[in-house]
Design a protein around this ligand. Structure first.
Ligand code: ADP
Ligand code: MG
Ligand code: ZN
Length: 636
């Protein structure tokens, strides 16, 4: 078998996602790898696929029992023999699992880092062939990260004890430079292949509102998402209780999670959510780490969180299956105050000296400020987040509430012509800053030295703000009306297309954020609960094609069947089939085995288990609603 066959047969997918193939190839060629990819991008597959091709045993180190359990049941559902070794097993279960492992029954074994150096485990590890160590959530080795785990430091010692050093692969969603360097150093990766895909999660729709009645807005929102799973994050336990009570009273299927509940209740509530017995989870930020549930369709923040790092991590729990999912932040002025109080009373830093504490407070306040700006910006929300993490997005994503409501098609012909004319009149000798300063009419020494203050373009666009000039300049480069030399001087040059602008042949139109209203109405007025939702396109769609009512109803039937099946198998529904797979089934409407196997996420093994049942359900549903057959014919 090759990697493509493994992908298709076990996981039911046709192609690798961005980054996966490079990491898998690296591993298969015997190299260490480090994969830095956002949540939901499919890191597990990067070690699971090669594990099945390498022969021998792959040990996966993972920090949380719930994560291991989830991934192991997903693997077993896909027909891969996998097991986990952690403290949730009784002693006799543990020894049995080890004995099976010795017999070579499991190509993939998940193990808690605390176990690695124990006598029994070492004895096992020294007597089998271990071909790879995969370190999941690898940022746990770094004290810079949010989730440092001292037990992760044992991994290297363990590797050094092995007679033959296996390939070491590491995976994380945390991309800061410190964490990345720590992972490579502490795990002692040897000239690893590093693959970092961007932060962007294009399937997440981002939205901010400042409703006067927060609960009313939330209620309307969950009504719109009826039947879907969602998480509602609140800043405090008190609010979790309050919101949960109200939702229950209004007849929603809700559960809750916060640090004030007993361990047992927390576990039970979490399971209710994971197994789709409760569709809404109201929680503090204590909830979420280790939740791999792939069919969370929306995340609402009832309060603004403390920083964009947290926000990004929390909304990352939506749409792990890659299907469209919604993220709504309900901003209220009180949120800033609450967060400031948290910063001032942060107990965690008690041990630090006053100076260090001061620095951390300062940093946290700065982060809070950036978070608050997110709620008020008129720019593209996605772009704002990406820029915060040091990446460049396009200035317009078309898939956030600002792009849909705050942007307008703007005629920038004038500005474009002014800029291009300046590039021409200075005989293509300067960089972007000089050009922009010139048209803006800036009074600088540099311009006088270059005698640009005598250039005919000097001050030609004095009325246009500099940031707007820069946006247009970027746009002109993006569209190749201008170009820049690829050296340290970055000189702006004309292109073949520049003439079109100079000759004024066609207008230049650009999507731009509406001018922010700086006076009068406070920014807090923007985006009240009433607007926005209506402008977004239909909720379930694949490749832009919205579901017809018939497909909606088929989806519901498949969802029920999935629920039933999951109950029999005692696994969470999304482990049987993901939302994405069900959606794809509704589009394909398979009638045969081959057609069913073409559905994304249906591998051979799953087909053997569930294929017939789902085919029968589809055929039954289509018989019940035959009227629209013509529609399918037209489409197909
Ligand atoms: P991560 O660990 O990066 O957060 P996961 O490994 O949990 O993400 O994968 C998220 C989802 O993406 C899973 O449902 C997985 O089955 C799916 N997935 C992974 N790779 C592919 C692929 N190549 N094609 C389609 N779906 C994929
Ligand atoms: Mg993962
Ligand atoms: Zn946008």
């Amino acid at each position: 078998m090759d990697k493509y066959q493994v992908l298709k047969q076990y996981f039911g997918y046709d192609s690798f996602r961005q980054g996966q193939e490079k990491l898998i190839d690296g591993i298969l060629s015997g190299r260490d790898v480090l994969g830095i990819m956002p949540t939901g991008s499919g890191k597990s597959l990067c070690f699971q696929v090669p594990a099945l091709l390498l022969g021998g045993i792959t040990l996966v180190i993972s920090p949380l029992i719930s994560l291991m359990k989830d991934q192991v049941s997903a693997l077993n559902q896909a027909g891969v023999h996998a097991a986990y070794l952690n403290s949730s097993l009784t002693a006799s279960q543990y020894y049995r699992a080890l004995a099976y492992a010795r017999e070579g029954r499991y190509p993939i074994i998940y193990v808690a880092p605390e176990r690695l150096l124990t006598e029994e485990f070492l004895d096992f590890a020294l007597h089998v062939r271990i071909s790879m160590i995969a370190v999941d959530e690898a940022h746990c080795v770094s004290q810079w990260g949010q989730d440092f785990r001292p037990s992760y430091l044992k991994i290297v010692e363990f590797i050094q004890r092995l007679p033959v050093r296996p390939v070491v692969s590491a995976f994380t969603a945390t991309a800061t430079r410190e964490v990345r360097e720590d992972i490579i150093d502490i795990l002692m990766l040897q000239t690893p292949e590093v693959v970092a895909t961007g932060y962007d999660r294009p399937n997440l729709y981002l939205e901010v509102r400042s409703p006067r009645d927060k609960y009313g807005a939330l209620k309307g929102y969950v009504e719109q998402h009826a039947g879907q799973c969602g998480i509602v994050y609140c800043l405090t336990r008190r609010l979790v209780e309050e919101v949960c009570q109200k939702l229950i009273k209004d007849g929603f299927s809700v559960t809750r999670y916060h640090a004030g509940l007993s361990d047992e209740e927390r576990r039970k509530n979490q399971d209710d959510f994971i197994y789709d017995r409760a569709s809404i989870m109201v929680a503090t930020n204590a909830f979420g780490m280790g939740i791999d549930k792939s069919n969370v369709r929306y995340v609402v923040h009832y309060n603004m969180p403390k920083n964009l790092e947290s926000y990004f991590q929390e909304i990352g729990r939506a749409g792990r299956d890659g299907e469209p999912s919604d993220c709504l932040l309900l901003y209220g002025g009180q949120d800033v105050v609450t967060n400031q109080l948290f910063i001032e009373n942060n107990q965690e830093n008690e041990a630090l000296d006053p100076q260090a504490r001061g620095l951390i407070m300062e940093r946290d306040r700065e982060r809070l400020k950036k978070m608050t700006f997110y709620c008020f910006t008129n720019e593209c929300l996605r772009d704002y987040i990406l820029r915060y993490f040091g990446e460049y997005g396009s200035n317009y994503c078309g898939h956030c509430s600002n792009c849909l409501s705050q942007f307008e098609e703007t005629d920038v012909t004038e500005i474009a012509r002014g800029i291009v004319a300046c590039v021409e009149s200075c005989r293509q000798r300067y960089g972007a800053t000089v050009i922009l300063d010139t048209v803006h009419g800036a009074n600088t020494v540099k311009l006088r030295n270059y005698r640009m203050n005598e250039n005919p373009s000097y001050g030609s666009l004095a009325q246009t703000p500099v940031y707007r000039l820069r946006q247009v300049m970027n746009y002109l480069m993006l569209k190749e009306y201008l170009t820049v030399t690829n050296d340290e001087f970055a000189i702006v040059k004309l292109t073949e297309k520049s003439r079109e602008i100079l000759d004024g042949e066609k207008p230049v139109m650009m999507k731009l954020a509406r001018e922010q209203e700086r006076t009068g109405k406070g920014a807090g007025e923007k985006g009240t609960g009433e607007k926005s939702a209506g402008t977004k396109k239909g909720r379930r769609s694949v490749g832009g094609a919205d579901f017809s009512p018939r497909e909606e109803s088929l989806f519901e039937k498949l969802r029920l069947l999935r629920m039933e099946t999951a109950r029999e198998e005692k696994v969470p529904p999304y482990i049987v089939f993901s939302d994405k797979t069900l959606t794809h089934m509704c589009i394909v409407k398979p009638r045969t085995r081959a057609e069913m196997l073409s559905v994304t996420g249906v591998g051979e093994y799953k087909y053997e288990k569930y294929g017939e049942r789902f085919l029968a359900c589809i055929s039954q549903a289509l018989k019940e609603q035959p009227g629209e057959e013509t529609e399918t014919v037209k489409k197909g």
